[in-house]
Ligand binder design. Structure first.
Ligand code: ZN
Ligand code: ZN
Length: 156
């Protein structure tokens, strides 16, 4: 685990009202370049860090919920700070045992290394991907290769 920080690690929203703790390493770190992520972040792409729910705890504040309806019709709760609006995590419907932290909210982001990129078909034209980044035109139907790429990177 030489490339990971010592756990637990902490993070929170921009104003500090919502704080969380992550007690164990994440399942993966990847970027998503879909147009929904572009509008949700007001930026070029989002960074995502799926974690096991049991490893994640809110230590301060009460995140608000926006139940976003995806184009597929699936409702994906977006949990954000009610004061400053920072999106802290989302609750993907596919996994009752996991949730997706927006890892830019971590106190220390220096170790983050996205191993995969989703929706490269709608990536901003100036975005460049490193050779070792696992790229998907849309999103993977099988998440296992992404988890394997993450594990390989962690073990260095
Ligand atoms: Zn806040
Ligand atoms: Zn996306």
């Amino acid at each position: 685990m030489g490339r990971l920080p010592d756990f637990p690690i902490e993070g929170g929203c921009a104003c500090g009202a919502v704080r969380y703790r992550l007690n164990a390493p994440p399942i993966a770190v990847y970027t998503c370049h879909c147009t929904d992520c572009q509008s949700l972040t007001g930026s070029a792409f989002s960074m995502a860090m799926p974690v096991l729910r049991r490893d994640f705890e809110i230590t301060q504040g009460e995140p608000a919920n926006w139940p976003r309806k995806a184009t597929s019709g699936t409702v994906i709760p977006q949990r954000f700070c009610p004061d400053c609006g920072t999106r802290v995590f989302t609750e993907p419907p596919g996994g009752p045992h996991s949730l997706t932290v927006r890892p830019g909210t971590l106190d220390d982001t220096s170790w983050l290394h996205p191993v995969s990129a989703f929706w490269v078909s709608s990536a901003q034209p100036w975005v460049r991907f490193a050779d070792d980044v696992l790229q998907y035109e849309t999103q993977p139907t099988d998440f296992v290769p992404v988890m394997q790429a993450w594990k390989a990177w962690v073990e260095g």
